[in-house]
Design a protein around this ligand. Structure first.
Ligand code: BGC
Length: 462
């Protein structure tokens, strides 16, 4: 990544200015865009896709405002040597842009890399273990701190901490010689969690949230650009696109559709400029895996991939994030009846070919962090602090399918899914169902009793 040069610095920094003026490389149009549509002298507003137009230098364009086929994708030097351990067929992709030409070796981005554990989560876990009186349980609990878990950037205030995370990972990489990959979750859409309440976020579409979101992404890009030696992998916006597949009957989701697409497009394009490997969230088998949903889902995800100009950094999809489904169920949970895709492997192997047919050669990662125990739920749609859940399979690139890059822990086990306090503005009735552990604190905050169960029910055991 030392090849990140002046050009990349420019690409990364200028978006931060993009909403005050239409400078070179700033956004100048697209569905939902309300800012300036003219560009500074020497650049032309160029349509990259329906959701994103950008001021590109006149000398770099063909003279038309609609013929530039691709945004710039920048390839970390090291990606050229990565090969997949799972027999991925994605191969090598070439992206030509108006401003640079890059070749990405789009093998498994996890291969050859060690996932850097989140210090924030590790400290939560250490404190939780220290509070346990049962010595055996406490020792098992403490071991969770070593298991790499994604860091959620669920508010803009958390973005500066990404800089520390990347600096620490860079230092470890330098001292150990072991290449580090830092896993993050991009999670701050305006009108977030449109079909539920528990994870409603800080930005509102009615109150300028789309522009706020662009600023949030710009800040993430700026942090990553400052730490080019480590690799970053990101899950993009849990639940958002899945809600657009099945929940457009919910007014808040219907209202958010255009904005979600514009924001995700922006995230994909901007994060690609700093070489982030991305997996868009694809719900889970019990959501988009149903026969009526899976093809519409494939169509939408392919559309989003294409909105990022088929960047090889948009590696694929993440499934089962914060959910409880098995990767391979030994027998179908009775609640899955009617869905032939009753576990994540079946879902992925059904969805993968549909995506390929739609032009998206997607690879997958699967969250198994809380999937150690099965047959716990009253209904497949239940998602809140499910009783009896245990930590699941450990993160690995040794997976049962060539479509799966890695088994991962995305949801930090022990952080709540939502409050059971019915007087909270973010109370979702799902969190007071009989299969939800109660009393439960607000989403994302520490839930000690729940963590203890995850530890004691871990499968494989800790
Ligand atoms: C919450 C986020 C939190 C994440 C991980 C989500 O349900 O809304 O605030 O960061 O879970 O625990």
């Amino acid at each position: 990544m030392s090849k990140f040069s002046t050009l990349l610095a420019l690409l990364s920094v200028l978006p931060a200015l993009s909403h005050a003026q239409s400078a070179v490389y700033a956004q100048c149009g697209g569905i939902g865009w309300t800012g300036d549509t003219t560009c500074v002298s020497g650049s032309v507003c160029t349509v990259l896709n329906d959701y994103y137009s950008q001021c590109l230098p006149s000398s770099a364009t063909t003279g038309s405002t609609s013929t530039v086929a691709s945004t710039s994708t920048v390839t970390p030097t090291s990606t050229t040597s990565v090969s997949t351990t799972t027999g991925s067929s994605t191969g090598t992709a070439t992206s030509t842009s108006a401003t640079s030409t890059s070749t990405a070796a789009a093998g498994n981005p996890f291969a050859g890399y060690e996932m850097y554990p989140s210090p924030l989560y590790s400290s939560e876990v250490a404190a939780a273990a220290a509070a346990m009186t049962d010595a055996d349980l406490a020792a098992k609990a403490a071991s969770v701190a070593q298991i790499p878990t994604f860091t959620w950037l669920d508010t803009v205030a958390k973005v500066p901490s990404l800089g520390d995370l990347l600096a620490n990972a860079t230092a470890l990489q330098a001292s150990s010689g072991q290449k580090q990959i830092v896993p993050i979750v991009v999670y701050d859409l305006p009108d977030r969690d449109c079909a539920a309440k528990a994870s409603n976020g800080e930005f509102s579409i009615a109150d300028g949230g789309e522009q706020d979101y662009y600023g949030y992404i710009d800040q993430i890009v700026a942090q990553i650009e400052k730490h080019p030696d480590v690799r970053v992998v990101a899950v993009i916006e849990p639940d958002s696109l899945a809600n657009l597949v099945t929940n457009l009957s919910v007014e808040k989701c219907a209202n958010a559709e255009t904005t979600y697409k514009a924001c995700v497009t922006y995230a994909l394009n901007q994060l690609a400029t700093v070489g982030v490997y991305m997996y868009m969230d694809a719900g889970h088998a019990g959501w988009l895996g149903w026969p009526a949903n899976i093809q519409p889902a494939a169509t939408l995800f392919a559309e989003m991939y294409q909105s990022a100009n088929s960047s090889p950094f948009v590696r694929g999809l993440a499934t089962n994030v914060a959910n409880y489904n098995a990767l391979q169920a030994s027998s179908p949970d009775p609640i899955t009846q009617g869905d032939p895709n009753y576990d994540e492997l079946l879902y992925i192997e059904a969805l993968g070919p549909m995506l390929s047919s739609a032009g998206f050669p997607a690879q997958f990662i699967v969250d198994q962090g809380r999937a150690g125990q099965q047959n716990l739920r009253q209904a497949w749609g239940d998602w809140c602090n499910i009783k009896g859940a245990g930590f699941g399979m450990r993160p690995t690139t040794d997976t049962p399918s060539s479509l799966i890059d890695a088994i991962v822990w995305v949801k930090p086990g022990g952080e709540s899914d939502g409050t059971s306090n019915s007087s909270s503005p973010r109370f979702d009735s799902t969190c007071s169902l009989s299969d939800a552990t109660q009393p439960a604190p607000e989403a994302g905050t520490w839930f000690q009793a729940y963590f203890e169960t995850l530890v004691s029910q871990a499968n494989p055991s800790l």
